[in-house]
Design a binder for this molecule. Structure first.
Ligand SMILES: Nc1nc2c(c(=O)[nH]1)N[C@H]1C(S)=C(S)[C@@H](COP(=O)(O)O)O[C@H]1N2
Ligand SMILES: [Mo]
Length: 400
């Protein structure tokens, strides 16, 4: 039995906050000099305001990012609707836009606080050392998120020796924890700072400049998903309207290694389910009732573009091999032998939706090879990674 938990806790706190011996004064050189950083532009208020702007951008980025993760790897309790058709396009556009806005905000924030890196003494107590360590973790995680996100939308994977999605998602939670600790530590300072009236000086201009830079970056990339902004979208890695049939291409047929199979006149679509297996030629698919839908491809990288797709309703194809059981799903496989996005799973509202097609045509023409010829999946309100191209097999299966 613990006799005096209160006393023990107090003893631990004393130990944590006990002053540590000061390092020798002769080490106070260079940036460690008492007045090494004298810029009048830095202030606690500026750091706090930049932190608030950064916090808002990060929170939106976290919520939309977690949402995208849940849609792609849905746990049992999670359901994502198939309408409105462009909801994912909006949430993921917001994710990438707010992520990009953190670049200048994070830069300005780090500029405003980096003199504290040379605080003297480096560690006043064990508690102080632990707090500084958590700030180091916070900075590292924030930089990791921004840089890895930028590398991903630039399709530059060489500097990332890990799978982007896993790393970016894991570090998001690390960052969230570090931000919460930081907020807890700074709460009373924040309250005191914001209670005082602001001094009208140059610091406001620093905040305004960082805000303006964030706005410029956002507008200059938002054109990758907001059509009217496409003209001034000089920073967007992808633009709606570019690419064959007016739609950007994420992965070409050559890169996916499917050119020959996709162009083979022996191509068959195989549908299998409880009633057996059917194989259809492209001619037979074209002879089935055709439907036309207007739906976007909304890539996780933040670009999106609307297409006019024509093809066979997925439900019509499924009925050839059986009825979809209540707890059923459909696995859509492509001609691709390897690669992460060669297959996708379709269930619930997306499976039942009238707008979900096995598309054969785009913009009134047969699908371009790079858009998934001879047949690709297109479903409403779904991330681009799940809109499988070069579809060769549809398998109906019961989930439980
Ligand atoms: N088989 C297959 N389908 C795929 C992919 C892939 O790599 N292989 N990439 C996906 C991704 S990430 C996106 S954003 C969309 C893009 O479609 P598009 O190239 O026709 O614009 O296709 C999806 N379908
Ligand atoms: Mo994508």
């Amino acid at each position: 039995m613990v006799r005096h938990p209160g006393r023990r806790l107090r003893r631990l706190l004393t130990w944590l906050t006990e002053p540590l011996p000061s390092p020798p004064q002769r080490l106070r050189r260079g940036p460690l000099r008492p007045d090494a950083f004298a810029s009048p532009l830095r202030s606690v208020r500026l750091s706090a305001n930049l932190g608030a702007a950064l916090g808002v951008a990060m929170l939106i980025c976290l919520v939309t990012g977690v949402l995208s993760h849940l849609i792609q790897q849905p746990p049992a309790w999670f359901a994502w609707p198939s309408r409105p058709v462009g909801l994912y396009r909006f949430t993921q556009g917001l994710h990438v836009a707010t992520g990009l806005a953190t670049v200048p905000l994070l830069g300005a924030k780090l500029w405003s606080v980096y003199p504290r890196l040379f605080t003297w003494p480096p560690a006043r107590s064990i508690a102080h050392a632990a707090e500084r360590l958590s700030v180091a973790l916070l900075v590292a995680a924030a930089l990791f998120q921004t840089v890895s996100g930028l590398l991903n939308i630039a399709h530059w994977y060489a500097p990332m020796p890990f799978f982007f999605t896993t790393g970016h998602y894991g570090v998001a939670w690390l960052l969230t924890g570090a931000v919460l600790i930081h907020l807890g530590v700074k709460l009373s300072l924040l309250r005191a700072t914001w209670r005082r009236p602001a001094a009208p000086d140059g610091r406001r201009q620093v905040l305004a400049a960082a805000g303006a830079a964030a706005a410029v970056i956002t507008v200059a990339t938002l054109g990758q998903t907001v059509r009217p902004l496409a003209g001034i979208s000089v920073l967007a890695p992808r633009r709606p309207g570019s690419g064959p049939q007016g739609l950007p291409v994420n992965r070409t047929a050559a890169a996916a290694g499917v050119r020959d199979l996709a162009l083979d006149p022996e191509y068959r679509l195989t549908i299998s389910g409880p009633d057996g297996e059917v194989s259809l030629t492209l001619g037979q698919l074209t002879a089935m009732p055709q439907h036309t839908v207007v739906l976007p491809i909304a890539c996780v990288e933040g670009w999106s573009s609307t297409g006019t797709w024509t093809g066979v309703r997925l439900r019509d194809l499924i009925t050839l091999a059986g009825d979809v059981p209540a707890a059923g799903e459909v696995v859509v496989d492509s001609l691709q032998a390897g690669g992460r996005y060669r297959t996708s799973v379709l269930a619930g509202p997306h499976l039942a939706d009238d707008l979900t097609l096995l598309a054969l045509r785009l913009a009134g023409e047969p699908l371009a090879l790079d858009h998934g010829y001879p047949a690709r999946l297109i479903a409403p309100n779904r991330p681009g990674v799940l809109q499988t191209k070069w579809v060769s097999r549809i398998t109906l299966r019961e989930t439980r």
